[in-house]
Ligand binder design. Structure first.
Ligand SMILES: *[C@@H]1O[C@H](CO)[C@@H](O)[C@H](O)[C@H]1NC(C)=O
Ligand SMILES: *[C@@H]1O[C@H](CO)[C@@H](O)[C@H](O)[C@H]1NC(C)=O
Ligand SMILES: *[C@@H]1O[C@H](CO)[C@@H](O)[C@H](O)[C@H]1NC(C)=O
Ligand SMILES: CC(=O)N[C@H]1CO[C@H](CO)[C@@H](O)[C@@H]1O
Length: 269
């Protein structure tokens, strides 16, 4: 009788575990400024879903334009991109920590940020990099295993953006090149940083509306560029969460449940 009850319990636990793993949704926060609000996110989601990556959910306090959902029906429009924002301001004010804490869980952050530090703030590159470090530290404080996808910046059309300040497009290019160098240096085993190159192959005239913000072809390029790093980050996060069983459904740490169950079994037999 005891053994039979145990067997049923084991079966129950296993199917519960299977269910929890199947339901394990990876929470992905697209983070940055106005370009993060654009429809490349919806395009990226569509590309991931057609590749069979479906166990993720975009999170954030902001909603993209309804146009993005019209273009990609049924897509998830949540993000954390705030128009006109600078990495240096986020770092100074703790905004990211606030937004991360509004979410019960964040597994992946997709960061695209820094244009405004150059074109609005004219901040020195070292200050921008100190801000990036602070932001990555904040991500890891929220989740020591945060999977980070970090893109450099799309280029600016100098004809439009260098009128008021002649170094804008040059400074964006230099910042982009520096991000490429810095991203692997800040990557760790527990919390990998996957670099995405959004600079090369992007045409700031043909791929934007205004020399900066992507139009349809720019969105498509960005989605393609973000694809493999985001897919890998989601897959890594879902492996990680399956292992430690972050699990609010069961209400307790699954590993402990299994350990106690096995102890019971040994005692019973
Ligand atoms: C960031 O935080 C500061 C200080 O709380 C606030 O004034 C600012 O509006 C926040 N930025 C955004 C984009 O919400
Ligand atoms: C632009 O860059 C040049 C050379 O790098 C520098 O000498 C100049 O001061 C910069 N101008 C502004 C407005 O930042
Ligand atoms: C993108 O915008 C540029 C210039 O604004 C335009 O020439 C191009 O046709 C647009 N491409 C798409 C796919 O919207
Ligand atoms: C002009 C410039 O600095 N371009 C760089 C932009 O970023 C890409 C990738 O990070 C580099 O390969 C380019 O050299």
């Amino acid at each position: 009788m005891m053994v039979k009850f145990g067997a049923i319990t084991a079966y129950g636990l296993l199917s519960l575990a299977g269910e929890a793993m199947a339901q394990q949704t990876v929470k992905v926060m697209p983070f940055g400024a106005s370009i993060v609000a654009r429809c490349w996110r919806n395009d990226l989601e569509a590309k991931l879903k057609s590749a069979g990556i479906t166990n993720f959910d975009f999170v954030g306090s902001q909603k993209g334009s309804p146009d993005c959902v019209a273009q990609f029906p049924g897509s998830d429009n949540d993000h954390e991109g705030h128009a006109g924002s600078q990495a240096t301001d986020y770092a100074a004010h703790g905004n990211l920590t606030t937004w991360l804490n509004q979410q019960p869980v964040v597994d992946v952050v997709v960061m695209f940020l820094g244009h405004n530090d150059v074109v609005l703030g004219h901040k020195p590159q070292e200050q921008i990099f100190r801000a990036y470090s602070t932001l990555i530290t904040q991500m890891r404080m929220k989740n020591p295993k945060m999977q980070i996808v970090w893109s450099n910046l799309t280029p600016l059309d100098p004809k439009r953006w260098d009128k008021d300040s002649p170094n804008n497009s040059k400074d964006i290019a230099a910042l982009s090149a520096k991000i490429k160098e810095f991203a692997p240096a800040i990557s760790t085993m527990d919390s990998p940083v996957r670099f995405v190159d959004n600079f090369s192959g992007y045409d700031p005239v043909a791929d934007t509306e205004d020399g900066l913000h992507p139009n349809k072809s720019g969105n498509e390029k960005m989605a393609s560029k973000f694809f493999s790093a985001t897919r890998d980050a989601i897959q890594a996060a879902s492996k990680g969460t399956a292992k430690t069983m972050r699990n609010s459904n069961i209400g307790t740490d699954f590993n402990n449940v299994v350990r106690d169950f096995l102890k019971e079994q040994r005692r019973a037999s």
